[in-house]
Design a protein around this ligand. Structure first.
Ligand code: BG6
Length: 505
């Protein structure tokens, strides 16, 4: 059953043009800049939100002219920015906003000349640090010592923010020496995804869900972020990180917070962040005593993904390693609303499918009047309602209900989804998370960014899990690339009489 109840709209999204601003990308030739940041900026230029007069400056270590930089970015946009980048005039207009500066982060050379280019103190100035976290402090100090920090300055930092609570604290201290908390934008790009924002909209703009949103009516929640990609060239970074730090500490925990938080009093950034923080602080600790029962870690070995043979993690890395590329865990939020409701989280590389979704499973009806039917027709067996928010691919929302099979043949029931695909319902281009987030930085809206205390609280929960793993003699469980991870992850949820959600519609 597919119900597209929202009429397709040809209305353009609201894209109020922003006053010209300066945006400087440290790491201006890196992967993130080429694949995500510049395509996102380009789309917002093509849609009219970034206007002529804005300046985008790429910074890297090599000698390169503005023209050469624009040429490089042109190629990247043609590759990563879809149809809009086929319009030469628009592409040329955007490239004209770009320039390149070579800067050595380890010395002051070139900095005075660079600083002299920023004379307008009234203009918003964004410094995006798309470089390793060990450089965040160094760059911040130089920005300050060269007079580039004023009240209109904002700094954006990418995860990973450290490798544990202690190192994150040191990074945050270094940033705080130069910037106020309101000037620091810690990106978790999952918060910019349409469906993730829609979770807040669904929960708090419909009277339907909130009365049911608690232990009394919800059996459990699943959050899956499955990827088919391996680590490939990122192996040297990834090996120091692993799935727990790379995905769970930030993306999955943020999703959990948005599902579990109390209704904030308003949309004010701090009202939402205060509620998320309470969830993080209410998570039941996983440590030595319970880590073996509540967590599973895995590492992929050679296999086939989407019909293609792929090597194992150790082969990609060129060494044996104890780093996990898969994690499944059972979290619990210890408060009145969620007591006894497990949140099962799982994420991994080289899994069978690329799919990210949040599945909220409601409790069974308290009494079934359909038992007789099930005996004649086992598929009429009652199954619980589920609300599935699909983050990717095919963003949308499904509400699984029991329904009568139409037509003759007596009363037969089936579990079928009320299905709203965003593409079908709203049409148009699906904006990448970075578009919204970058525009929010320029606008100075921190709602979708992580506050320092959230990062701290997330590490406080993650660190004991790592410590427990380090103390155990067990290695990550191997799983074949192209599977759904180690069988222990299936056992983790089946022990509780539940199964991982599979969309059979
Ligand atoms: C990043 C991780 O933060 O998110 C990557 O470092 C991961 O390892 C990526 O692949 C996933 O993002 P998305 O938007 O493709 O789900």
């Amino acid at each position: 059953m597919s119900v597209y109840s929202v009429p397709s709209t040809s209305q353009p999204p609201h894209l109020a043009p922003l006053a010209p601003f300066d945006l400087v990308i440290f790491g201006g030739t890196g992967d993130l800049a080429l694949r995500k940041l510049l395509p996102a900026l380009f789309h917002r230029y093509a849609d009219g939100q970034i206007v002529a007069g804005a300046r985008i400056v790429g910074i890297a270590r090599d000698e390169r002219s503005d023209e050469a930089y624009r040429g490089k970015i042109r190629e990247a946009l043609i590759q990563f920015a879809g149809e809009q980048a086929q319009q030469t005039e628009v592409l040329d207009g955007f490239l004209a906003l770009l320039s390149y500066r070579r800067l050595d982060l380890s010395s002051d050379s070139g900095w005075p000349e660079f600083a002299a280019e920023f004379t307008d103190a009234e203009r918003v100035r964004v410094f995006y640090l798309a470089v390793g976290p060990d450089l965040f402090g160094v760059v911040s100090d130089r920005l300050q010592s060269h007079g580039l920090v004023n009240p209109k300055t904002r700094v954006v930092v990418e995860k990973p923010l450290g490798k544990d609570g202690v190192s994150a604290d040191a990074i945050n201290d270094a940033l705080a020496r130069v910037f106020n908390e309101t000037q620091i934008f810690r990106i978790d790009h999952y918060l910019g995804k349409e469906t993730v924002q829609n979770l807040t909209a669904l929960r708090f703009s419909n009277a339907l869900f909130e009365p049911l949103w608690k232990a009394e009516h919800i059996d459990h929640v699943q959050i899956t972020v499955a990827e088919t990609v391996g680590v490939e060239s990122r192996a040297p970074y990834y090996d120091k990180s692993g799935a727990l730090r790379d995905m769970v500490q930030n993306h999955l925990l943020q999703l959990l917070c948005l599902v579990a938080m109390e209704p904030p009093s308003s949309l004010a950034a701090d009202a939402i962040r205060d509620e998320k923080l309470k969830v993080l602080r209410a998570l039941r600790p996983i440590e030595n005593g319970n880590a073996a029962a509540f967590t599973v870690r895995g590492q992929y070995k050679a296999g086939a993904v989407e019909g293609r043979a792929v090597p194992g993690y150790a082969q990609e890395l060129g060494a044996q390693s104890l780093t996990e590329t898969f994690v499944a865990l059972k979290a619990e939020v210890k408060n009145w609303r969620w007591a006894g409701v497990p949140f099962y989280l799982r994420t991994g590389k080289r899994l069978a499918e690329r799919v990210s979704e949040i599945v909220v499973t409601f409790r069974q009806v308290p009494h079934s009047i359909f038992e007789g039917l099930t005996e004649q027709d086992p598929s009429s067996r009652l199954q619980p309602n589920k609300l599935v928010l699909r983050l990717q691919p095919d963003e949308g929302v499904k509400l699984w209900l029991m329904n009568k099979v139409p037509g003759p043949g007596g009363l037969r029931l089936r579990h079928v989804p009320l299905d709203m695909s965003f593409a079908a319902a709203f049409g148009g281009r699906q904006a990448d998370a970075y578009e919204r987030l970058l525009m929010d930085v320029v606008r100075g809206n921190p709602m979708l960014f992580m506050r320092r205390d959230e990062v701290d609280a997330a590490w406080k929960w993650i660190d004991p899990i790592r410590a427990a793993w380090a103390a155990s003699a067990e290695a990550p469980r191997p799983y074949t690339a192209g599977s759904w991870g180690p069988s222990a992850a299936v056992a983790l949820i089946e022990r509780d009489g539940r199964t991982w959600h599979e969309d059979a519609s």
